[in-house]
Design a protein around this ligand. Structure first.
Ligand code: CDP
Length: 318
């Protein structure tokens, strides 16, 4: 069913039920395809240079550099005395902390927030990866550990979360700093230069962590990287106002890791057992309808799964 996408120009997105059928037909069969892995790493390196560009660094964004926001028209930030010192030296940043990002990374797990993770028992599987990426400061408290694991190496944080959950950090910053402890000494990846209202909360998050000597290292997403990754997927049929956080991370992982396994990517309301599935593993709050195109993204990811370039876990883990 999903192959229609590649054959017919008058493509229509398969319905949820068709996707379930297609995934069930494929079953657990998966075979690694080194050629596919190498090809995607090459394509992503050529378009987006994730190794050098995924974060704003002192190296790629020196003083005076103009950072053009990827989520706004004609809005920019010129790197200055106030922002330059907040950037890490480079994307490999050796000895920056206990857990330096040694490239290439071996086995990477990208954990989406899909409700399909609930009762998946994938926690142990996820925790076995060498580098674990999570989206939007998700809960990894006791009740979810069995399904989503405990370890984290990189976690994204949307500035809107800072606004909604932590009063924009204008009041107490303790709740924020305490909540972050569950992510250990991971990187926190924030799109500080994507949308204008997101910059201040991101900088405040930086200071909240830095002032309390937190173990987390702040990385600001490089808007140029986000823009080029957006274009990369647009030419492959993902037409959204903005890519979902999960697809940005998968793109990053395909560029940085030898092996990528994706969990929690299932933007459909029914599961493989035809039972209802919530949007997130921890709630059922739906996204703005036309903002992301998660089902289109899923079709792309499933294609990569079928061709052995990355592995998707959509069922329960063994
Ligand atoms: O910020 P965003 O709305 O993109 O993400 P989220 O709802 O916090 O979920 C994190 C990521 O998991 C998304 O960006 C999607 O890539 C993926 N996801 C999915 O594939 N299916 C779902 N039902 C929910 C999330």
């Amino acid at each position: 069913v999903l192959c229609w996408f590649y054959v017919y120009p008058g493509y229509r997105l398969p319905r949820d039920k068709e996707i379930v059928e297609e995934v069930l037909r494929q079953g657990e069969v998966w075979q690694k395809n080194q050629t596919g892995i190498d090809l995607y790493r090459k394509l992503l390196t050529e378009c987006c240079d994730p190794r050098r560009m995924f974060a704003v660094t002192k190296e790629n964004s020196p003083m005076g550099k103009v950072l053009w926001y990827d989520g706004e028209f004609y809005h920019s930030h010129t790197v200055n005395n106030e922002t330059y010192p907040l950037f890490v030296q480079s994307c490999t940043f050796p000895s920056a902390q206990e857990n330096p990002l040694q490239l290439p990374l071996k086995k990477c797990a990208v954990v989406g927030n899909g409700g399909i993770l609930r009762h998946s028992k994938c926690g142990q599987d996820i925790d076995q990866a060498d580098f674990i990426m999570r989206c939007n400061l998700p809960p990894i408290s006791k009740e979810y550990v069995e399904d989503v694991g405990t370890r984290t190496h990189l976690v994204t944080a949307n500035p809107s979360i800072i606004e909604k959950r932590f009063q924009n950090l204008l009041w107490s910053r303790k709740a924020f700093v305490d909540k972050m402890k569950v992510y250990g000494s991971s990187y926190i990846y924030m799109p500080a230069f994507s949308m204008k209202p997101g910059t201040d909360p991101s900088l405040r998050a930086y200071y909240a962590l830095a002032d309390t000597s937190s173990n987390l290292t702040m990385l600001f997403a490089n808007p140029e990287f986000l823009r080029t990754v957006g274009k990369f997927w647009k030419t492959r049929g993902v037409h959204a106002k903005r890519l979902s956080t999960g697809l940005f991370l998968v793109s990053l992982a395909l560029g940085l890791c030898e092996e990528v396994i994706a969990y929690g990517f299932w933007p459909f309301s029914v599961g493989l057992d035809e039972q209802p599935v919530s949007h997130h593993y921890y709630d059922n709050i739906l996204p703005y309808k036309w903002f992301h195109a998660m089902p289109e993204e899923f079709v792309q990811l499933w294609h990569l799964h079928k061709t052995g370039t990355l592995r998707m876990r959509v069922g329960r883990c063994p």
